[in-house]
Design a protein around this ligand. Structure first.
Ligand SMILES: *Cc1c(COP(=O)(O)O)cnc(C)c1O
Length: 390
């Protein structure tokens, strides 16, 4: 059987695994910094690039390599690079691509630190436009001869706005720019941006890929050529993932498909409950027919994920509501077994200047929910008793 063509769950479990002489079925943790060469000629050949081999774990390590091969396969591309965090992955990808004088287009609804990273690029002579890329007309207008990169998340954190990967990629490619998609929310189980024309996918593996809220991690996935370049950038910046963190994420991936199905099922039940509650103004979840881009969700995603955005009628009720919850945990991050809840305006997106934040829908009434793997009825009861108390 050709493992590369097997089903998603089979590949998530088996791809990249190597059997060593002990027969260990779990991936061994190669907790080592350097690797010993057989002799001086071997060292010269590996370090000179004539022969492949392990040198130093900041560049390549057998445990992190297993994770990289898995993600490359699951995203449907040639290669992947693991990094210490999602932000290290985004930095490695971006610093491998842009230089002083370039122009970059970034969606205005984006993870807080990603916003901060791109906003800071102006210090290095890179011009950055934050726009709404869900309207392709805006992308056409913003593209110019020096535009090197278009970067977005879909669904976007925290508003669940969707961006048409194929439409934006076609326009960007026509004008000589590359497209990077942050696929953290969907994972390759529900969405494969490279199939729709994106050039590079980045992930915060801290979230669903690991799935247990117990490690940081990041991934860049794309062509072998781009990943070699990103690996070199990473080697110089020093963002390598530790072998132990890779091992945790490899373990997490074994249950990715069943976790994502459960996150999806639970989120659908909670979204429907919220829709019917009179303290709730609006629920934004791609699985609901009322989502303004429901058709696009059906086209480029094969599930709706576990992230719900909803607006309370009154901004003043948000903090009392959060404080009344018992099972839903007030914390940043997402994609864990635990249901996590947070208030973007005063937490994850506080770095975004207020007028930009309001303009793109990150209003004070907005609450972000990362639906966990608990029993859906218990999550709903918890939210219900907290809404009843405001
Ligand atoms: C968390 C997150 C990041 C950053 O990842 P870290 O692992 O925290 O560095 C980037 N993008 C999205 C969409 C995220 O949710």
């Amino acid at each position: 059987m050709d493992l590369k063509k097997a089903g998603f769950s089979t590949r998530a479990i088996h791809i990249g695994k190597k059997m060593d002489e002990t027969g260990a079925t779990a991936t061994p943790i190669y907790q080592t910094a350097p690797f010993r060469f057989r002799n001086a000629a071997h060292a010269a050949s590996v370090m000179g690039g004539q022969e492949k081999g392990y040198v130093y774990s900041r560049g390549l390590n057998p445990t992190t390599k297993v994770l990289e091969e898995k993600i490359a396969n699951l995203e449907g591309c040639e290669a992947a690079l693991s990094q210490a965090s999602g932000m290290a992955a985004i930095s490695a990808a971006v610093f491998s691509t842009v230089r002083a004088g370039d122009h970059v287009i970034v969606d205005e609804v984006i993870y807080g630190s990603t916003y901060d990273l791109f906003a800071g690029l102006t210090r290095f002579g890179v011009d950055v436009s934050f726009i709404d890329t869900s309207d392709t007309g805006n992308v056409e207008t913003a593209l110019r001869p020096g535009t090197k990169l278009v970067f977005f998340e879909t669904p976007a954190n925290p508003t669940n706005k969707l961006i048409d990967i194929k439409a934006v990629s076609d326009i960007a490619h026509d004008r000589g720019a590359v497209v990077f998609v942050d696929n953290t929310y969907m994972t390759p189980y529900f969405q494969q941006p490279l199939l729709y024309g994106a050039d590079v996918v980045v992930h915060s593996a801290t979230k669903y890929l690991n799935g247990h809220g117990d490690t940081l991690g990041g991934i860049v996935a794309g062509s072998s050529e781009f990943i070699s370049l990103a690996r070199r950038t990473s080697r110089d910046i020093g963002g390598a993932m530790s072998p132990f963190n890779a091992w945790l994420i490899i373990r997490g991936l074994k249950t990715l498909s069943i976790r994502m199905d459960r996150h999806n099922e639970n989120a659908m039940a909670v979204a429907k409950f919220l829709q019917g509650h009179d303290r709730v103004d609006r629920v934004i979840y791609p699985g609901l027919k009322e989502h303004p881009q429901y058709d696009l969700a059906q086209k480029q995603m094969c599930g709706s994920g576990g992230m719900i955005a909803f607006l309370l009628k009154e901004a003043k009720d948000v903090h009392p509501f959060l404080d009344a919850l018992k099972i839903c945990t007030l914390a940043v991050s997402l994609g864990d077994a635990e249901t996590l809840i947070q208030h973007p305006a005063s937490m994850t997106h506080a770095v975004v200047p207020k007028e930009n934040r309001i303009k793109c829908g990150i209003v004070d009434q907005l609450v972000r929910l990362s639906i966990g793997l608990e029993n859906a009825g218990d999550i709903i009861s918890d939210i219900e008793q907290a809404l009843d108390r405001i």
